[in-house]
Design a protein around this ligand. Structure first.
Ligand code: FAD
Ligand code: ZN
Length: 475
């Protein structure tokens, strides 16, 4: 079948509103959010129902036409855009954006995969419930994309990753069959738990069309503190102490180095040091509770007093109101923007090690980088409570438009080799896509890669589902 004939048959399935072929309309679908990966595609298909997705995928399977599932196209690894060959069709879930059911007593919500995350949070709030997944892209990313990347975000410490927030899935398999796993059960040990195969698979094993999500009581009170700590070990002890005092109410625990704060103060208009004196390390911590009132703040004060007595915390400020809390969060959230403004060629690492190993990792990585790259500038911050750091660095003088510097992976190899020695992860939150194929080859064991390829070939023998992503040479 020619591409033209395939597109005509797809048009018959999805109708005129379901198909884009004008190159100007295709533009936003073929370039990734960071503008690093640019592909090409003959068409973007926008089905309106699971039945239409299934019919399109079946046709693609029959004709050997590769396809790329796409949500909000905010992913960080180039997984959501087609290759430059121009053969792959983009399958956008954007029109499948309905909340199908809220079951408040079961604390669940059934949604189509194209629902924008912020709309899901809103629908949960309208039912006096809370959907905890929250990240910078929430105004445009879709739940299908969040599931397919197993997104993290700022509430992982208490509520887990996207994987932990799902009870059931509906998936169109690479041959066009529909697997209906939409069960809102908290207990179900009936064989392999298939939904977990598709979560974090970056669209390489099937198209997620709907999900049943877990809901929680709505937080009525929050308390936010910005504290100075002497070193990362003290930050870890402080986390332990805070959890002893406040239990599950600790929802966020972020580490920030002084260097990060300096960059924010320098580049972000209106940024202000929350504390009177400079310190080497900071923690931004947040508590939340479903009970309103001031008890939470009192609890935080008691925990901070104990931490100061034990020399774990050197100084601290507690937000007096919502605006102050937002200002503290802004210091943390502006770090990536400030780093971009400072460094032309930035090496980014989204790493995880066991929470207990974070201080050792920080020490070893610093000493290795400083030894090899004199003058290196390290931008270390992240979700300490999850053992996940955004450990970025730049070498003064290296420019983005300098091809040799762009190719230089030396900084990255130094960092990931240390991560590997600690049995850590070279991609904690963002996935693999196209960006981390080299690391998959270098750090994953042959057994792990073989198991993944076995699953890929079993589910997608024709290799049509987002080929070349996650596993290279999977076709
Ligand atoms: P896309 O980018 O469209 O797709 C991502 C992958 O999922 C691709 O492989 C695609 O093929 C696949 N896919 C999409 N929909 C489906 C589907 N229905 N079925 C099968 N496969 C599908 N991530 C974090 O984890 N934590 C953060 O804090 C965070 N912050 C961010 C902040 C900003 C400003 C931005 C731009 C991104 C951030 N991200 C973060 C990246 C994050 O991975 C994405 O925002 C989000 O999870 C991807 O959703 P999406 O709908 O945009 O998916
Ligand atoms: Zn993060």
């Amino acid at each position: 079948m020619t591409t033209h004939a395939i597109i005509e048959r797809i048009a018959a399935i999805v109708g005129p509103q379901g198909l884009l072929t004008d190159p100007r309309d295709l533009e936003p679908y073929v370039v990734d959010w960071r503008g690093i990966y640019r592909g090409a595609s003959p068409a973007v298909v926008r089905p309106a129902s699971t039945g239409q997705v299934a019919a399109v995928v079946e046709l693609c399977a029959e004709s050997g036409t590769p396809l790329v599932p796409q949500g909000g196209n905010t992913g960080m690894c180039g997984a959501s855009v087609p290759h430059a060959t121009g053969r792959e069709i983009v399958l956008s879930l954007a029109r499948m954006n309905r909340v199908l059911e809220v079951d408040a007593l079961n604390n669940t919500m059934t949604v189509e995969a194209g629902c924008v995350l912020a709309n899901i949070q809103q629908a949960a709030a309208e039912a006096d419930r809370f959907f905890p997944l929250s990240l910078g892209a929430e105004g445009s990313c879709q739940i299908g994309g969040n599931l397919s990347t197993n997104a993290g975000g700022v509430n992982v410490l208490r509520y887990g990753n996207t994987r932990d927030l799902v009870l059931g899935l509906e998936v169109v398999l690479p041959d066009g069959r529909i697997w209906n796993g939409l069960r809102g059960l908290r207990k179900d040990n009936t064989g392999y738990d298939l939904k977990h195969l598709f979560i974090g698979a970056e669209g390489t094993l099937g198209v997620i069309t709907a999900a049943i999500l877990k809901l929680y009581p709505r937080p009525a009170a929050t308390a936010t503190t910005w504290t100075a700590v002497p070193h990362p070990e003290a930050a870890l002890e402080f986390l332990s102490l805070l959890r002893r005092h406040c239990g599950d109410r600790v929802t966020a625990f972020e580490l920030v180095s002084r260097n990060c704060l300096d960059l924010v103060l320098h580049h972000i208009p209106g940024a202000r040091d929350p504390l009177p004196k400079a310190h080497d390390w900071y923690v931004l911590a947040e508590l939340s509770d479903s009970h309103p009132g001031h008890a939470l703040r009192r609890e935080l004060e008691v925990a901070l007093e104990a931490a100061i007595e034990n020399a774990l915390v050197l100084d601290a400020v507690i937000a007096e109101n919502e605006a102050q809390s937002r200002a503290l969060w802004r210091m943390r959230e502006s770090i990536p923007e400030a780093a971009r403004a400072e460094a032309d060629m930035l090496y980014r690492h989204d790493i995880a090690v066991a929470v207990s190993k974070i201080p050792e990792f920080i020490r070893e990585a610093r000493s290795a980088l400083v030894g090899r790259f004199p003058g290196v500038n390290i931008i270390c911050f992240g979700h300490l409570g999850d053992g996940n750091l955004h450990y970025n660095a730049f070498v003064p003088g290296r420019k983005r438009n300098d091809a040799a510097a762009r190719e230089a992976r030396d900084v990255t190899v130094v960092v990931y080799d240390i991560v590997q020695r600690h049995h850590g992860s070279f991609s904690a939150e963002h996935g693999i896509g196209l960006a981390k194929l080299d690391e998959m080859r270098r750090y994953k064991s042959p057994v792990e890669i073989e198991l993944m390829l076995t699953l890929k070939h079993a589910l997608d023998p024709r290799g049509i589902m987002n080929p070349g992503k996650v596993l290279s040479g999977d076709g």
